[in-house]
Design a binder for this molecule. Structure first.
Ligand code: NIG
Ligand code: FE
Length: 411
């Protein structure tokens, strides 16, 4: 298939660019080629070039981009997209002045979603999640990570993980599955230690044996799980050939950064509350991913993570949605792009890099996805005619994704 009359191709990586350590250098070409065609063969990017040099072959299926811009699809490396129900009642409580912890005390939060998950039939959960993700693909998401963590008991956690693994098979985009082993302590257990023992002795062995997870994860936070659990889970991950993702510093700084750095966590996520000491420790001692979630700051009214500072100091920053019913009921990566510019103060090019290629790196699929590179999967988006990359944050509420291509096929 051939796409003609593309105004600009964003997201090109020609060859492996040497990364200057500890300082930001653009990943994508900052002056993209204009007035182009793009040729796709067997679902991968075969070639692009100037329209001037194109000789048309009648047999090739052709789509006219009508002078719109092209960009790689979003790679969303942190979601909880397998859940049921909604929690708008908590938003009303929040509007009356209650915070996340008070809402939790009154029976809201993660436990409220877990209750709804328990009675859900596996095939209904699959169906609901499948349709949620189809909607995300229409919004430009072309790769995804999904966590369990709303089960909180063996059966429901395994059910969620099986659903994620089913989604891998039936959806056309790459999906990575994460066992969010410690998300919240169910009331049944008196202490977090007791719950940890249950998870490790009951649920985890099945997850490992059935190879249901690509990563492990936990929620390190006051009234949830202490940093010591990062160390414990990291050891389990290491012993079983899995990598660790960590939710930390969303509301409070309680030592999660230090523990995650020491544990060599693959990704440290959230970072809304980051003190100077922690920032310096990340710069000095951390070479994994900082996964930032601007939708959470927006929805819960939290500070925005210091994205620009981290990027300029050479950290691997990627931006994800955290799509979940409690702290970001939106998986729209286009909206995260807008927040990345308007709130993190990233340039549109940096917003593009952090929501696409860096996301692919954080999903370990960057050899095949995340940029416009010959030989990579043809997963990309055409912007609406008259919209441009630079107009995305300017017309902040205007939908800008026109067409989405997955493996070279119009979705
Ligand atoms: O990533 N931080 C912990 N977990 C989710 C929110 C969970 C919820 O409130 O349902 C998050 O923000
Ligand atoms: Fe999360």
């Amino acid at each position: 298939m051939l796409i003609i009359n593309i105004a600009k191709i964003w997201g090109i990586i020609d060859n492996k660019q040497p990364k200057t350590p500890k300082q930001y250098t653009p990943i994508f070409q900052s002056t993209p080629p204009e007035n182009c065609y793009l040729l796709i063969e067997n679902g991968t990017i075969k070639k692009w070039g100037s329209m001037k040099n194109l000789t048309l072959n009648n047999k090739t299926k052709t789509i006219d981009a009508q002078h719109s811009e092209l960009m790689p699809g979003f790679c969303d490396s942190h979601t909880h997209a397998v859940f049921t129900g909604s929690r708008e009642n908590e938003l009303l409580q929040k509007l009356e002045g209650l915070d996340y912890f008070e809402i939790k005390k009154r029976g809201g939060g993660i436990l409220a979603t877990a209750q709804k998950m328990a009675s859900m039939k596996e095939k209904d959960l699959l169906d609901e999640s499948y349709h949620k993700i189809l909607n995300l693909i229409k919004l430009g998401t072309t790769a995804l990570e999904i966590k369990s963590g709303y089960g909180l008991n063996k059966n429901t956690e395994l059910k969620s993980l099986r659903v994620i693994n089913q989604l891998k098979k039936i959806l056309p985009i790459p999906i990575k599955s994460t066992f969010l082993a410690l998300h919240a302590k169910p009331n049944l257990f008196k202490t977090t230690q007791e719950y940890y023992n249950y998870v490790v002795s009951e649920t985890l062995p099945v997850v490992l044996k059935q190879k249901l997870a690509d990563y492990l994860d936990l929620f390190c936070e006051k009234k949830f799980f202490k940093p010591a659990y990062i160390t414990k889970l990291a050891e389990i991950a290491r012993n079983n050939g899995l990598k660790l993702r960590v939710h930390t510093n969303q509301f409070n700084s309680i030592g999660g950064i230090k523990a995650a750095i020491n544990a060599k966590a693959f990704s440290i996520d959230h970072l809304e509350q980051l003190n100077d000491k922690e920032k310096h420790a990340l710069i000095k001692d951390y070479s994994g991913f900082c996964t930032l979630l601007p939708g959470v700051s927006f929805y819960l009214d939290l500070p925005y993570a210091p994205a620009k500072y981290l990027i300029e100091n050479g950290l691997n920053v990627n931006i994800a949605s955290d799509f979940n019913p409690g702290s970001c009921p939106s998986g729209n990566m286009g909206f995260m792009f807008v927040l990345a510019c308007l709130k993190y103060k990233l340039t549109p090019l940096q917003a593009l890099e952090t929501t696409t290629f860096n996301g692919a790196k954080a999903l370990e699929i960057h050899q095949t996805h995340g940029s416009i590179t010959i030989g990579k999967k043809a997963n990309f988006c055409l912007l609406k005619p008259n919209h441009t990359l630079n107009k995305i944050p300017y017309y902040f509420s205007t939908p800008f994704i026109d067409k989405v291509f997955i493996n070279g096929t119009l979705f």
